[in-house]
Design a protein around this ligand. Structure first.
Ligand code: KG4
Ligand code: ZN
Length: 338
């Protein structure tokens, strides 16, 4: 069974192809991504219309490249991200998937982007035991409870304001580090002292029973600190600010993820989303998982960011689980919950 996955929810046009083997594991046959990130840099964030136009130009060539890389003419099933994401961007991938599914006469599956971020881990680390998943990117920050990829995923919490990656990008911009600023901030934080400035840890009190996150207070605290430096006419200690901010984000994310594991009695934590490329989020997650006896599963960075392989991997599980194909009349759902 060969499944093609199409992803176009944000600024990446991704087409992935996987083969599901008899033993339930998947083999990666193609992973093609065309990104419009450079076109958004001058605006300091993703511009929906620019992203949609870029998807439109990239979708068919990216599908062709994926088919060529996999050495096939058509897959046995087609899966696509139906939501959550940018409305116009989603529409391009979904329209292409429907058209090709109809032309090839193969079953069509409309899938949730967030499930894809979890499922992609099975390509590298095999079948997934009951887990807590922490997804952090520019668009989302979620804690999820995964009993199995064939069962509905339960949302434990999400951000009530900014996504963690968005906070990285906004703070990086404040520090003059460009866009997307997460990787640059990560690099400069290596020269800083993570305990130099005590930035706030949002929603970590004992009364925050739901596993939600808040990063806007932290972002504001960094802005106030930078303003204070200007008022006092002293240079902003950029590496210290970056390291202290990064430490606050990594502390909150990993603390809440492990608290969720403890509350649910789950002993596997899966990371996903572009911001899990962050070196401190990775190292603190590893440290705290080891201390708590929790197994940590982190896909390689290329598979953590948005791509088509994650949708193909989820599609392979969904097909194998016996789910019925989606009707070709299904609509995109930009606000799709987990
Ligand atoms: O998953 P992704 O490629 O796209 C979506 O937002 O869906 O994630 C991109 C986000 C950006 O906000 C970027 O700044 C952040 O992930 N990011 C990082 C790092 N690498 C990427 N944030 C912090 N440290 C990094 N090393
Ligand atoms: Zn994503």
């Amino acid at each position: 069974m060969i499944v093609m996955g199409i992803e176009s929810s944000c600024d990446e046009t991704g087409v992935g192809i996987v083969r599901r083997r008899e033993d339930g594991t998947c083999e990666l046959l193609a992973d093609e991504v065309a990104s419009s990130v450079d076109q958004h840099a001058r605006y300091g964030g993703v511009v929906p219309e620019v992203a949609s136009r870029a998807h439109l130009e990239a979708i068919v060539p990216t599908m062709r490249r994926a088919l060529a890389a996999a050495g096939i003419e058509r897959p046995d099933a087609l899966a696509v991200t139906i939501g959550p994401g940018l409305a116009g961007a989603l529409l391009v991938g979904v329209a292409a998937a429907k058209a090709y599914a109809a032309a090839w006469d193969v079953p069509f599956y409309a899938l949730n982007h967030l499930g894809g971020h979890v499922a992609v881990d099975t390509l590298e680390h095999g079948p997934m035991p009951p887990s807590v998943a922490l997804l952090v990117s520019g668009g989302h920050t979620h804690l999820l409870h995964v009993t199995s990829l064939e069962q509905p995923i339960v949302e434990l919490g999400s951000t009530v304001d900014d996504a963690a990656g968005e906070a990285f990008d906004k703070v990086a911009r404040l520090l003059g580090l460009g866009y997307p600023g997460g990787p640059a901030l990560d690099a400069i934080a290596r020269d800083g002292d993570p305990s130099a400035i005590a930035f706030p840890r949002g929603m970590t009190g004992p009364r925050d029973a739901r596993h939600d996150f808040s990063f806007s207070g932290l972002k504001t605290a960094v802005a106030r600190y930078v303003e204070k430096c200007a008022r006092e006419d002293r240079a902003v200690p950029i590496p210290d600010v970056a390291a202290s901010f990064q430490e606050a984000v990594a502390d909150v994310l990993t603390m809440k993820a492990l608290r969720a594991c403890g509350d649910l009695g789950v002993d596997t934590l899966v990371l996903g989303g572009g911001a899990t490329a962050n070196s401190r989020i990775r190292s603190l997650a590893a440290e705290r998982c080891e201390a708590a006896g929790v197994t940590l599963r982190v896909p390689k960075p290329r598979l953590c960011t948005d791509n088509g392989v994650m949708i193909a991997a989820l599609g392979a599980h969904v097909v194998a689980g016996g789910a019925r194909p989606s009707p070709l009349t299904v609509a995109t759902d930009p606000g799709l919950p987990v």
